[in-house]
Ligand binder design. Structure first.
Ligand SMILES: C[S@@+](CC[C@H](N)C(=O)[O-])C[C@H]1O[C@@H](n2cnc3c(N)ncnc32)[C@H](O)[C@@H]1O
Length: 244
């Protein structure tokens, strides 16, 4: 099967697993970083691009935002619609072509671990730019490029002990196949420079860059999060569409 077809469809067969999966790393650490990066969302219009089954969209909605979630996977959008409250709209769509969504329509855009799923990430970044109003902010969380380079290898272990996380083939951008829920899954790897260049080329200003780590309380609740001090799993880019 073509890479494009695999990327566009792989979430369909994994939709139920995703719905049931443990979201501890998001709820227990990343959400805090994402909410801080977004700032006050009350009365803001937000597009959640690659919203999945809508967990983070619902959280933003509860905080007073009006949210439009877009995702390519029909089963996930069906789930999001089933759980939606007033102020939440869910659309089946492709992050690489948000056709039907007007220019400059949103105050904020969110991409919560989605860019690794996309073939044409530059086009998707351009689309996020297009639908944001001038002065609007895009907050992107992604798998850290140091991890996505070697996702298929995982930690090198000695018994239960994690010795180190191998970084290899960093400049070799492209698909990485690994096993998720027992089936082959593809994530796209690109370098840090590739992502930052794509944001800047689209017209965004980079306002912040974070490599999330747990607070003491978060670490006490989830001791496994100590990984993040050794080999960061995630990266958050805070981007702004200029007003000029
Ligand atoms: C890791 S999940 C993240 C879901 C959600 N953002 C969250 O944090 O819970 C990646 C999501 O990207 C979606 N996706 C993959 N390719 C896409 C595309 N081309 N356009 C829109 N969504 C896409 C998948 O369907 C899946 O819901």
């Amino acid at each position: 099967m073509e890479l494009r077809e695999r990327l566009d469809n792989q979430w369909t067969e994994s939709a139920q697993d995703w719905i049931e999966t443990d979201q501890a790393v998001r709820t227990g650490m990343l959400d805090r970083w994402m909410l801080s990066a977004l700032g006050d969302v009350h009365a803001k219009t937000v597009i959640d691009i690659g919203c999945g089954e809508g967990r983070f969209s619902r959280l933003l909605s509860r905080l007073g935002a009006t949210v439009t979630g877009v995702d390519i996977t029909e089963a996930l959008i069906a789930r999001a619609r089933a759980l939606a409250s007033e102020g939440e709209t869910y659309l089946i769509g492709n992050a690489e072509n948000l056709h039907g969504i007007a220019d400059a329509r949103f105050d904020l855009a969110v991409s919560y671990i989605v860019l690794v799923d996309l073939l044409d990430y530059r086009r998707a970044i351009g689309e996020a730019y297009r639908v944001l109003r001038p002065g609007g902010r895009l907050v992107v969380c992604n798998i850290h490029p140091m991890r996505s380079a070697s996702l298929h290898n995982g930690w090198i272990r000695q018994g239960d002990k994690k010795l180190f996380y191998p970084l290899d083939d960093y400049t070799d951008e492209g698909p990485r196949e690994w096993l998720w829920w027992g089936r082959p899954f593809i994530n796209m790897h690109r370098t840090l420079a590739a992502y930052i260049s794509a944001f800047l080329d689209a017209g965004f200003a980079l306002r912040g860059l974070h490599e999330p780590t747990p607070s003491d309380e978060e670490l006490a609740a989830n001791p496994g999060f100590d990984d993040e001090f050794r080999a960061p799993n995630f990266i958050i880019y805070i981007l702004e569409k200029p007003t000029y």
